[in-house]
Design a protein around this ligand. Structure first.
Ligand code: MRU
Length: 353
C-alpha cells in the first residue's frame, strides 16, 4: 500500500495527492510552513491524514524554536499550532492533534526543551501508527454490516490516502474482502477536486477491490435500478448529536439512500468526532477557490467571469445516518455522545448488523 505521510530523517515526507494518479511524487517538508502549505493545497487531504500532518508539522516546527525554557518554548509552539489550525477549518482532526500536543506539553512541564522536542517527534509518529490500528478496528466493526455479494457506494476518498493507511470508509470493504465476501464498490467521481475518480478508484484498484467509477449525478439512477446495497462514507467532523460533515455531495447521497431505503453508514474515528460541538450547523464549512469549479485540471470549462459557489463540505443531519462505524464499535447517531463518557457500558448501546 502506498505511504501517505511519514517522518523521515528529521523531515516530513508527504505524497502529493494533487497530481495523482498521473504523477506519484513525494514532497519533502523540512519546515512546518511547507507542511501547512501541503495541507492547504491538498497535497495531503482527508481528515485523519491532515491530523497526522498537523501533529508531524508541529513536531517539525518545534525543532526550530530556539527558546531554552518551557514558557518561551510553549509560546513559540503556539504560533506553529495556530498556523496549523488556520490551514483548513472543517476537519476537526487538526484541532484534535493540537489538543493532543497541548496536553503532552502540560503533562511534561518539568522536561527540558530538548526532551520536549524529542517527545513531539515521537508523538507525531505515534499518531500515524495509532491511526492505522484505528482504521483496522473500524474495518472489523463495519465489515460485519457488509454481506457477500453487496455493492457499496462511496463518495470522495476516505481510503488509505486520506489516513495513515487502510482508510476509514474503505476499511470495512477491505475486511469484507479478507473474509472472502464478494463485493463491488461504486465510487462517485466527486467534483470539483475528483477525489473519487483520481484517488479512490486508483487505490481500490491497487488493493484488488472491484471498483466502478460513476459521475456524481448518476448515483440516484443506479440506486433506482436496485444496484446499490449500502453506502459508506467518511467524515471530517461529526458533532455530538450525530450530524456529519463530509465532502460536498455527501448530503445528496444520504437523501438518495433514504429515498431508496439503502443504509447510509459513516466511518468515523473518534479523532473526527467533535464531542464539544452540539450540532452540525455550527461546523465551519471551508469555501475554496472558484477555479476548482471553473476548471478541470487546469482546463477551463466555464466562461470567464461566471459567478461560482465552491463549498468543500456539506452537513448530513443525523436522521439520515443509519450507523457510525468507530474503532469502538458501530453506533446509532444519537448514541455517539456516549462515547465521550468514561465508564459507559458501550456494549449495551452498540449496534449489531
Ligand atoms: O477535501 P478533502 O479531500 O480533504 O475531503 C476529504 C473528505 O471529505 C473525506 O471523506 C473525509 O476527510 C474523511 S477521510 C477518512
Amino acid at each position: 500500500m502506498v505511504k501517505t505521510i511519514e517522518w523521515k530523517d528529521g523531515k516530513v515526507l508527504m505524497l502529493d495527492q494533487s497530481r495523482l494518479p498521473l504523477e506519484v511524487n513525494y514532497v519533502e517538508c523540512s519546515d512546518y510552513l511547507k507542511v501547512a502549505e501541503g495541507i492547504k493545497k491538498l497535497w495531503i487531504r482527508g481528515a485523519p491524514a491532515i491530523g497526522i500532518a498537523a501533529a508531524m508539522g508541529i513536531a517539525l516546527g518545534a525543532q526550530d524554536i530556539t527558546a531554552s525554557n518551557y514558557k518561551n518554548f510553549k509560546t513559540g509552539l503556539q504560533k506553529v499550532m495556530d498556523d496549523m489550525l488556520a490551514t483548513r477549518p472543517t476537519a476537526v482532526n487538526i484541532k484534535w492533534a493540537v489538543e493532543r500536543v497541548t496536553k503532552l506539553l502540560s503533562d511534561n512541564k518539568d522536561r527540558t526543551v530538548d526532551e520536549l522536542k524529542a517527545m513531539l517527534i515521537a508523538e507525531g509518529i505515534k499518531v500515524l501508527e495509532e491511526d492505522i490500528e484505528i482504521n483496522k478496528a473500524i474495518g472489523r466493526w463495519g465489515g460485519q454490516f457488509i454481506k457477500d455479494g453487496d455493492t457499496i457506494l462511496t463518495h470522495c476518498n476516505a481510503g488509505s490516502l486520506a489516513t495513515g493507511g487502510y482508510g476509514t470508509a474503505t476499511a470495512p470493504m477491505l475486511v469484507a474482502i479478507e473474509q472472502g465476501k464478494r463485493i463491488q464498490v461504486i465510487a462517485d467521481e466527486t467534483r470539483p477536486v475528483l477525489q473519487g475518480a483520481r484517488l479512490t478508484s486508483w487505490e481500490l484498484m491497487q488493493a484488488g477491490v472491484p471498483v466502478t467509477l460513476i459521475t456524481d449525478n448518476m448515483a440516484g439512477a443506479i440506486m433506482k435500478k436496485g444496484k446499490i446495497d449500502l453506502a459508506i462514507v467518511g467524515t471530517d467532523r461529526t458533532t455530538r448529536n450525530g450530524d456529519v460533515a463530509n465532502k460536498i455531495g455527501t448530503y445528496t447521497v444520504a437523501i438518495l439512500c433514504k429515498e431508496h431505503k439503502i443504509p447510509f453508514y459513516v466511518a468515523a474515528p473518534l479523532s473526527s468526532i467533535d464531542f464539544k460541538m452540539s450540532s452540525g450547523d455550527k461546523i465551519p464549512i471551508e469555501e475554496r477557490a472558484p477555479e476548482e469549479v471553473t476548471t478541470i485540471w487546469g482546463h477551463r470549462v466555464a466562461p470567464e467571469g461566471v459567478n461560482v459557489i465552491n463549498l468543500a463540505f456539506d452537513v448530513t443531519p443525523a436522521k439520515y445516518v443509519s450507523a457510525l462505524f468507530t474503532e469502538k464499535g458501530a453506533y446509532r447517531p444519537r448514541d455517539i455522545k456516549s462515547l465521550a463518557k468514561k465508564d459507559m457500558d458501550l456494549e449495551s448501546i452498540r449496534l449489531k448488523p
